[in-house]
Design a protein. Structure first.
Length: 425
């Protein structure tokens, strides 16, 4: 199991109740290295829209600016491995977190080691919550919304489809890759016309500026809508954890390994206090509306490579409604259970992987699954190199008999933040 996303519970490193593949069997797959971007603009040269966007966010949703830091400035935490999840060859290096005074709790909560920790203590792989469709922001009466874009002709075909892997607070890397793909301009505004973008979740935790990432995605959602395209997002397990830390804090939740709390688990999974301090009501509203899954151009888009979605409904609408209702009405224990389920991973890996993918496709439609959540270096076994060299991630990873595409390039472990145009051939 990976040293990612630790939470109390005896679940196995494979995902879902239906399949228990041998995780020592690596998937048969291949990397896809995207061609150089074509500079698609769909004829639109203007990129700023007063319909939402950065200026609107600054005027109406003020928040303290945060400097993004390079990887080596990231806050590191000592390695911790919960006893219930230990595998042969992995040694617990202990845990100490400022502010935690109850030593009995230390053996019950999750933690993400740093790259230095991994080199010193090689750890096998491990598991990630849910998402809803984003519309333009709610307007205020009399607000002078205008757009420099020509009104799209309804008969025009939709623009190209892109997916973005886990960002985890690495705002500078996200901006650089969006620019490289021609999706934003030099000022960070939408420049992709009728293009469509889906973020696969996990905006926060581990990296230096999770709130900055959320603000940018919200801005692009408004600007893309004004241009006739769209920018939408799924909820990752780290969104559920982040919202839970804000809503429930240190309130005890009953896990199968004992009493835990959202706040403790969030901290152990790379939660950054400055993100929690900057979380505002409009962020909470936006995050709470995110869907768990979507179907676009015959691609079933998920955050987590798990079959746990099948436990929430028999259609995409049912799953998204169930997750949305849970976030709106249920209590801490129900939230925790959802976090636990959507933190599972590796359902599509190994000999039983194609069968698990087919279960989801048969239920929800599509010809391929596209997911984030499990970093490609863990998925392929490349993370276990003991030379300390950052993993080489040339592009998305296609596996499970070409039925699954992994998009988490491992930006938190000095891999790569991936953006790919679909279909991936």
């Amino acid at each position: 199991m990976t040293p990612e996303d630790r939470f109390p519970g005896p679940e196995q490193p494979d995902s879902g109740p239906r399949h228990h593949p041998d995780l020592d069997v690596l998937p048969y797959g291949s990397y896809f290295e995207p061609a150089e971007p074509t500079g698609y603009t769909d004829g639109y040269s203007e990129t700023y829209s007063a319909y939402g966007g950065a200026r609107y966010l600054e005027q109406h949703w003020p928040s303290a600016p945060q400097q993004s830091a390079p990887h080596h400035e990231e806050q590191h935490q000592p390695l911790f491995q919960e006893q219930a999840f230990q595998e042969p060859g992995f040694q617990d290096a202990g845990f100490h977190e400022p502010g935690f005074q109850d030593p009995s709790f230390q053996a019950q909560v999750p933690h993400e080691p740093t790259l230095h920790d991994r080199a010193a203590h090689p750890a096998p792989p491990r598991e990630d919550p849910p998402t809803i469709e984003l519309g333009p922001p709610l307007t205020e009466d009399g607000l002078p919304y205008s757009t420099p874009y020509p009104a799209p002709d309804p008969s025009e075909p939709p623009g190209p489809l892109y997916v973005v892997g886990d960002v985890h607070g690495y705002l500078d890397e996200l901006v650089a890759e969006l620019r490289h793909q021609g999706l934003i301009d030099a000022d960070g505004h939408w420049s992709a016309g009728r293009s469509r973008i889906w973020f696969l979740g996990d905006f926060t935790d581990r990296g230096p500026d999770g709130i900055g990432v959320i603000d940018l995605v919200m801005q692009l959602a408004a600007e893309a809508a004004a241009a006739g395209g769209y920018c939408r997002a799924l909820m990752g397990n780290h969104e559920l954890l982040f919202l839970g830390a804000h809503r429930y804090g240190d309130e005890p939740v009953q896990s199968t390994a004992g009493t835990a709390s959202f706040l403790a688990a969030w901290r152990l999974n790379g939660g950054q206090q400055h993100d929690l301090d900057r979380l505002e009501s409009h962020h909470i509203s936006w995050l709470s509306r995110l869907p768990a899954m979507a179907l676009e151009d015959d691609h079933l888009l998920l955050h987590s490579d798990t079959t746990a979605y099948l436990e929430y409904g028999e259609s995409i609408a049912e799953v998204n409604d169930a997750v949305h209702d849970l976030l709106a009405d249920e209590g801490a224990d129900e939230w925790w259970d959802a976090f636990r389920r959507f933190t599972k991973r590796f359902a599509f890996r190994g000999n039983a992987g194609p069968t698990a993918v087919h279960e989801l496709l048969d239920a929800y439609g599509g010809r391929r699954v596209v997911h984030g959540h499990s970093p490609i270096p863990y998925l392929t076994g490349a993370a276990h190199a003991d030379d300390g060299v950052p993993p080489h991630i040339p592009g998305p990873y296609v596996y499970a008999d070409d039925l699954a595409i992994a998009m988490d390039g491992g930006v938190t472990m000095e891999g790569r933040l991936l953006i790919a145009r679909l279909p991936v051939n």
